[in-house]
Design a protein around this ligand. Sequence first.
Ligand code: SF4
Ligand SMILES: [Zn+2]
Length: 144
Amino acid sequence: MPNGGPDNCGTCGFNRRNLGIWRNPLPAEGQPPFCEIRGVFVIADHWTYCQKWHTPSREPVGPLYASGIYDAGYHRIPWHGSVEPEEIGPGNCAECHRPFADGLQIPMVEGAPLQFCSNLHYLEWWKREHPGESAPMSAGILAS
Ligand code: SF4
Ligand SMILES: [Zn+2]
């Protein structure tokens, strides 16, 4: 089980592979990981999360989360809508404009991907991009 937490899409009953059974010991191996209530593929399902794992209603709540950069532990960072943040090697941070050896990026439809040196700087950008939304599963990043 990933150390990012057992409450991931891989064990969620809303993942089509799991046939409505949380922690299904016999998932449908032929099915790609797909969230039935959000209508999205969650390819890295054991490293993808959302608040809905914990509640049975089918109304999506809050963003999807990826596992961010390992930084004194695992942290969850929100997707940018339907776009999943990716871990990358060297780059330049769009927030602090410093070069980094390991970081994150968000692919952009037009233009170069946006890169970030840390979970915190990605999250600060995300909060400006998503006014009125919250990412409670990322609260530990802002507190650290
Ligand atoms: S996105 Fe949320 S509801 Fe959908 S499979 Fe993953 S944890 Fe379950
Ligand atoms: Zn930065």
